[in-house]
Design a protein around this ligand. Sequence first.
Ligand code: PLP
Length: 452
Amino acid sequence: VSPEQLQKLDKKHFLHPTTPLPLQQADGPAVIFEKGKGIHITDVHGVEYIDGVSSLWNVNLGYGRQELADAASEQMMKLAYASSFFNNSHEVVIRLSEKLASIAPGDLNVSFFTSGGSESNESAFKIVRHYWKLKGQPKRRKIISLDLSYHGVTMGATSATGVPEFKKMITAIAPDFLHAIPYKTNCELGDKNDPDYDRSFRGIIEKEGSENIAAIILEPIQGVGGVNIPPEGYLKAVRDLCDEFGIFMITDEVITGFGRTGKMFGVNHWNVVPDIMCVAKGITSGYIQLGAVMMTEKLRDELNRMSDDVFYHGFTYSGHPTACAVALKTIEIIENEGLVDNARIVGEELLKGLNHLEQKHKITAKPRAIGLMGAIELFRDPEQSIPFSPTEFAALAVVEECAKRNLILRPLTFGGMNAVAIAPPLISTKQDIEKMIDILSDSISAYEKQVL
Ligand code: PLP
């Protein structure tokens, strides 16, 4: 099938996932990818790009890893599928559960498996609500998340998501989800004089009554909402708040898990242990669908306690053997190749590069990075905080300039922000980062020429 035919067939037969209006094109997809190797991905015309965002922040080990393909194929030949419903089990899901327990923070020793991030968060919401029902507190149903958070697209996950564009999907929003202002550490510590107090986690808990709150969920570092790194002390303040009111703390490590930030998990930066941790993406480096909800043995035992009120919840593909085999191999590679340390060390280069771009260009501001998770914002006038108008699509334009120079980055434009995200595979070298920063710099210069 020729590239032109693929283009037409795509246009006719395919509904693309999440594709904002300015990205939709009358003549079909912008790029059709064909193959990948290392940090590079090649389209059907043979044009090779650096993948500066690990696809959807997930292909952390890069493309074309023979070991991962072998792990999948060996497992498929040995036992392609088995369910762990009805108290059955199989070897590879047990081994993965044990491995995850050994790398997870604190006492999160138990995993429930899903096929992705949305399913993990959705499952976590059902777990906490069921727990409270078993405890005789069925009114504890409300879930509080943060503005600008992203938790996925299933009904509960969309409802918890805080980026305004998703909140607009009002006919798909479930009741009992509330949103707090991010990173108001002083409010979470009890500063009632702050004008935002009522919209902090603490203010909302007080207003709603803690007896109605099931859980707080947050990303240790917000991804899609802008690579927003919390200030020192924030996560600990939220942990203490949850303890004070006996509320579950759920962290969504779907992007930040498995080394992305230079620690195995995002919460490790602040030595905080959540009650429940949701993971996906990097667990298999995107080679196959898998997610997990990690919890304590105590919580699992409560859910499993002998009663008629059984926790009826499981996906056909919970603990899919092939996915588990790929996850085990992924974690082995992360450990053997020292990729968590590499993300930290090379990440310092990334932050330096982004800081340099802020100095060099007129429209750049607020560079930030933690490990290999970074972003820089674009303003018409950063000094006066004058943004580009939404119709200028500044971040998208810069990302398109990058694509012309064979670098894939991602615009983060939710909530009126104009940021460019950069989150390359964890195998990237300092030289790779330098190259990406150079291309980004040239692309910003090209855009500046058009608009200044
Ligand atoms: N949580 C976070 C923090 C995410 O970034 C994403 C996806 O980008 C999700 C959840 C949803 O994961 P999935 O797309 O695998 O359902």
